[in-house]
Design a protein around this ligand. Structure first.
Ligand code: SAM
Length: 260
């Protein structure tokens, strides 16, 4: 998949992903999966940073379903941020969620200013996991939690030919790392209570039904907006993704850690 207008998450991709995953969602699972990422941690009234907020559906769920006090969503692209502001406005939550464009690299916040750092399927775009986790640790208050979902690769060796073909088809600057590398990055930053939970079983089944929906009415309706050629390109991505989900090399994963 190619960037359009210099952006990876351009309008056609955002429209296709929202058709598949729901208003404001650029990753699978919707509000239920957000609920599983934060399960057991009370984020009511808390200051939350969302790294890679995308089109804002996550942030609406964090406030509406989990009572987050204020969510600061950050992202690197204008198209998703414009869509996030629409989604947040339509939800009437403009006073509880702010969206900020950032440059990749250090987080533009002072130390110890968030209770929770959340992220859903965005850190895959940030290649240096150790540098990121040091920044997450810095902006969290003592006792605060890092709660995330991300797309990992099962190992730190060269991707298999099937995985390389899938990553190339996505064309989304993926910088994937193994569970071991994430664990090391969190521990080296100073985090404790680290848990890493594979979501491969769930997503390998979900992805198969997503492919059927892309080939069926959902894809046909989206094609009216984005063009059948673009839907066909996405069908090709899903057809390359499913074998590497089945082999376990592509492993969506939940990550959790606490700043002591
Ligand atoms: C798969 S989308 C997920 C968006 C959202 N979290 C969701 O689940 O709907 C990944 C997002 O990460 C953003 N992103 C990429 N690199 C980033 C970086 N260095 N810092 C923050 N966000 C980034 C992309 O622009 C995109 O919006």
């Amino acid at each position: 998949m190619e960037a359009e207008g210099g952006e990876l998450y351009h309008n056609r991709l955002v429209a296709t992903l929202e058709a598949l995953w729901g208003t404001g969602f650029l990753s699978p699972g919707g509000p239920d999966e957000v609920g599983r990422v934060v399960a057991g941690i009370d984020i009511g009234g808390r200051a939350v940073l969302d790294i890679g907020c995308g089109a804002g559906g996550i942030d609406v769920a964090l406030v509406r379903n989990h009572g987050a006090g204020y969510v600061s969503g950050i992202d690197v692209e204008d198209t998703v941020l414009a869509r996030a502001r629409e989604v947040i406005g339509e939800a009437g939550l403009g006073d509880r969620i702010g969206c900020l464009k950032v440059a990749p690299g250090p987080l533009p916040f002072p130390p110890s200013c968030f209770d929770i750092v959340f992220s859903k399927d965005s850190i895959v775009h940030i290649p240096d996991k150790h540098a990121l986790m040091r920044e997450v640790f810095r902006v969290l208050r003592p006792g605060g939690w890092f709660l995330a979902s991300d797309w990992l690769i099962g190992h730190d060796g060269d991707p298999s030919p099937e995985m390389a073909a899938y990553i190339a088809a996505e064309g989304l600057d993926f910088g994937m790392a193994s569970p071991g590398r994430y664990r090391d990055a969190m521990a080296a930053a100073g985090f404790t209570d680290i848990t890493i939970t594979s979501r491969n079983d769930w997503y390998r089944a979900a992805a198969k039904s997503e492919l059927e929906r892309l080939k069926g009415p959902v894809g046909r309706a989206a094609a009216d907006v984005v063009g059948q050629d673009f839907i066909d390109e996405n069908i090709g991505i899903w057809e390359r993704m499913i074998p590497v989900l089945d082999s376990g090399e592509h492993c969506p994963t939940h990550l959790r850690a606490r700043k002591p």
